[in-house]
Design a protein around this ligand. Structure first.
Ligand SMILES: *[C@@H]1O[C@H](CO)[C@@H](O)[C@H](O)[C@H]1NC(C)=O
Ligand SMILES: *[C@@H]1O[C@H](CO)[C@@H](O)[C@H](O)[C@H]1NC(C)=O
Ligand SMILES: *[C@@H]1O[C@H](CO)[C@@H](O)[C@H](O)[C@H]1NC(C)=O
Ligand SMILES: *[C@@H]1O[C@H](CO)[C@@H](O)[C@H](O)[C@H]1NC(C)=O
Length: 577
């Protein structure tokens, strides 16, 4: 496998990480799956980890060489090294009996006796003393001794892993992850338990960085016109979108609505606030203003403000039911973005919306998407069927229904249903030839089925209808990688995506992931930083910081150990990471 800077190849498994979210599901729902999936496996890891701890494996180093030297036939004065080894053996005996303090005493003597020239032995003595300190939970001492062991023997796996654990106990996660990464590299990414430790520490580290980032002032996120358009397009029954207003001297909500229609989002919130705060008599559209303001807050990641406005509308029992149902759907979406680990909360809002306005197709359409992400396909299909019966002329609803059926057929390995639903996709495209989602989801499904040429054609059709949609280009790039394994054309496509929409976080993230594989870590880190600036929720941040932290650790480790990053990228890509 060649991994030069031109024409590197990509093993298939790596793409699995990249191809996370379906291309045409609601933008707000994109990250949910990515972060809930690892969450589940995380639990499994934790259980495993506990199991590991129970059968405390003693890992003392006791090389055969030194033991055979212990029984020399001839009596002669022992060399300093031999004396040191004797102390070490005494220490090991104490260690096995659980007498760690005494063991440490013996290791102290061993270290004192050992000539500096016998570096390997010396590193063993330090490592063993670190193991004894570990049992006494003296983490600083563990770190100190492991560092000394590593100074004598930089590729000492046990010392690296032990120090990683101690750093983790001290909550110095960056250093813990760096040591774990070094261990993974030395083991050629072949040891499951080290890989799992890396995975776990990286998630903790990502979470820590995400929380720090959220405490600071986040950069102002202004949605692009395209993003706004896509978001509003996902609500067929949005009462505000349907309104027609006109005025020669627009103020308050009317002004906000006109700005919205022009795709100018900067002053919408201020205009809505004018409406909301004006005296009763002249304010005609207070609830509408509040809903629009909440929507803008939602789109700009001002989640607390959005929650407050939406909850106010939800509590207004006499307000228009379309407005309240719309507020409830948005509240559900907000709940899922902010509390992704408790999807029940989100479903409670959907149920409430159903009670308020049972014939509103948006409720079922949006809930169906959540069900897809939760892999509850039966319920998803039911919801899309209902949405479709209430609002029969939507390509988006129709194609999402097909997609849910497709996912269910795949889950059940039902060949017949699979062929049926591919037909369903083709019919939907015929019925709704201008619907971008129809083409892009069809492309996604075909790409899934390894029908690369046809998938590529459908991505092109989608791009033709919606040239400002950068995500389609990123998906096309991923398809190209999977299909031809050629990196350069894929990178050019993603760069084009960024030119089209420089706020497409997915493009930066994907390009960064490719750069990691190519060993271009510096550039990868820069790209992840760009994506981090655009991230809205904690889980997006956790995911992106994990990617960035992994790249940083690889860079530090390869520099410290004088390794070639390309060899490592290659090694890593062969292992199941
Ligand atoms: C220990 O170091 C001494 C002095 O350099 C050397 O002669 C000896 O071979 C070393 N012993 C071992 C076991 O490495
Ligand atoms: C990795 O390297 C960066 C930059 O050289 C440095 O700031 C950081 O502290 C290093 N990380 C660790 C865990 O040492
Ligand atoms: C994998 O790592 C664990 C934990 O460090 C270690 O106990 C085990 O011996 C390693 N397995 C192999 C095959 O190296
Ligand atoms: C690592 O884990 C995977 C999946 O859990 C398993 O299939 C594989 O055999 C394991 N490899 C080793 C070396 O234990």
């Amino acid at each position: 496998m060649s991994t030069g800077s031109t024409g590197s190849t990509f093993p298939k498994w790596q793409l699995a990480i990249l191809i996370g979210a379906p291309v045409a599901l609601g933008i707000g729902y994109l990250y949910w799956k990515k972060s809930t999936q690892p969450e589940g496996s995380d639990d499994k890891l934790k259980k495993k980890k506990l199991g590991e701890l129970k059968d405390k494996t003693i890992s003392l180093d006791e090389d055969e060489r030194s033991r055979s030297q212990d029984v020399p036939a001839k009596k002669k004065t022992p060399t300093p090294l031999e004396e040191a080894q004797k102390f070490k053996n005494n220490g090991n005996a104490y260690f096995r009996d659980g007498k760690y303090e005494q063991a440490i005493e013996e290791y102290n003597r061993a270290i004192e006796k050992c000539p500096d020239a016998n570096a390997t032995d010396l590193s063993t003595f330090y490592q063993n003393r670190a193991a004894a300190f570990e049992h006494l939970q003296k983490w600083s001492e563990v770190i100190q001794d492991c560092s000394k062991a590593l100074a004598c023997n930089p590729k000492y796996l046990k010392a690296l892993k032990r120090r990683a654990k101690a750093y983790e106990h001290q909550q110095d996660l960056a250093k813990s992850f760096e040591d774990t990464t070094a261990a993974c590299i030395l083991e050629g990414f072949q040891n499951n338990s080290t890989l799992m430790m890396a995975d776990r520490v990286l998630k903790e580290l990502g979470l820590q960085h995400a929380k720090e980032a959220l405490k600071q002032q986040r950069p102002d996120i202004r949605p692009s016109k395209f993003f706004m358009k896509t978001f509003f397009a996902s609500f067929m029954e949005d009462p505000i979108k349907k309104m027609v207003v006109a005025s020669t001297d627009p103020k308050g909500f009317v002004k906000a609505k006109l700005l919205l229609d022009q795709g100018e989002c900067d002053e919408i919130v201020a205009a809505c606030t004018d409406e909301i705060e004006s005296s009763e008599a002249e304010a005609e559209y207070k609830v509408e203003a509040m809903l629009l303001r909440a929507t803008m807050y939602l789109l700009t990641a001002h989640f607390d403000e959005a929650t407050a406005d939406l909850d106010t509308i939800i509590s207004m029992e006499l307000a228009d039911k379309k407005l309240r149902a719309n507020a409830l759907i948005k509240r559900a979406s907000l709940a899922m973005q902010v509390q992704p680990n408790t999807p029940e909360v989100c479903f409670v809002y959907f149920t409430q919306a159903e009670e308020v306005d049972p014939h509103n197709s948006d409720i079922y359409h949006h809930r169906g998407q959540v069900y897809i992400l939760a892999e509850r396909f039966e319920e998803a299909i039911k919801d899309f069927q209902k949405a479709s019966s209430l609002y029969p002329n939507s390509g988006i609803i129709e194609i999402h229904k097909c997609y849910a059926i497709y996912r269910q057929a795949m889950q059940n390995k039902d060949e017949y249903a699979l062929r049926e639903v591919i037909e369903g996709f083709r019919n939907a495209i015929e019925r709704f030839p201008d619907c971008v989602e129809c083409y892009s989801l069809m492309a996604q499904v075909l790409s899934d089925q390894q029908e690369f040429q046809e998938a590529d054609n459908f991505f092109d059709k989608a791009s033709k209808i919606e040239p400002e949609n950068a995500q389609i280009l990123v998906h096309k790039a991923l398809l190209q990688l999977q299909w031809t394994a050629e990196v350069n054309p894929a990178m050019r496509l993603i760069e084009k995506a960024i030119q089209i929409d420089d706020k497409c976080g997915y493009a930066y993230e994907t390009l960064g992931a490719i750069q990691v594989q190519r060993g271009e870590l510096q550039d990868a880190i820069r790209l992840f930083d760009s994506a981090i600036k655009l991230a809205k929720t904690e889980m997006e941040l956790v995911h992106l910081f994990s990617l960035k932290d992994a790249a940083i650790a690889q860079m530090n480790v390869t520099q410290n150990m004088g390794l070639d990053i390309r060899t490592i990228a290659e090694q890593q890509s062969k292992a199941i990471w």
